[in-house]
Design a protein. Structure first.
Length: 202
């Protein structure tokens, strides 16, 4: 099962960086911190196999609408197979970044971005989701920027997402990031967002 094709992007509100801000460089495997619009510091790092329970809680705590945007359908809790697919990535053909905040003695996942290669076409499908209470703080942009750069670094020529046509926050996010929008020829309720990874950046 293609975890990205079944899962559509649920954006975290309007983008936080200016349209002319360059894509941040990939930070490698080391975690790094970013500051949200409200001053909150979040830790961002590549997803790990041991993140299954963080990912489960993250998905279960999304609102029904955000889960619909994320999965293009109804889902309340991911099964073991899906969790394995979401957290066991090779960091080349599948890449994912999670955003974490400290909570008690542990961490809480509040956002995730990911891409998955589509065969040998040089194309990858992407997704990003942010916890509902963390929308409109620029987190989706901070998660997508390293994802886009990772795809460039690994030689992909284009990135795309399939989204619900009524997902307006996602529309605003990807337009800000340079994606182009078109109607999904196979489903009138969905749209395609496509980014040319070979195009020069501003």
């Amino acid at each position: 099962m293609d975890t990205n094709r079944q899962s559509v992007i649920a954006a975290g509100g309007s983008p936080g960086a200016s349209a002319n801000e360059p894509i941040r460089p990939v930070r490698g495997d080391a975690p790094w911190t970013e500051t949200l619009r409200d001053g909150t510091s979040v830790l961002i790092r590549p997803i790990r196999e041991e993140d299954e329970q963080l990912e489960r809680r993250f998905i279960e705590e999304l609102s029904p609408q955000s889960r619909r945007y994320r999965f293009l359908g109804s889902i309340k809790s991911p099964d073991a197979r899906l969790l394995t697919q979401l957290t066991h990535v090779d960091n080349v053909n599948q890449v994912a970044f999670v955003a974490l905040i400290a909570e008690g003695v542990g961490d809480r996942e509040i956002g995730v971005s990911r891409y998955s290669a589509q065969g040998d076409s040089g194309t990858c499908e992407c997704a990003v989701a942010v916890s509902d209470e963390w929308h409109n703080l620029g987190l989706a942009t901070l998660l997508m920027q390293p994802l886009i750069e990772a795809a460039r670094r690994h030689g992909f020529s284009s990135m795309y997402s399939i989204d619900a046509a009524d997902n307006r926050p996602m529309r605003d996010l990807v337009m800000h990031l340079g994606f182009k929008r078109s109607q999904d020829p196979d489903d009138a309720t969905q749209v395609l967002h496509t980014l040319d990874l070979n195009a020069p950046t501003v």
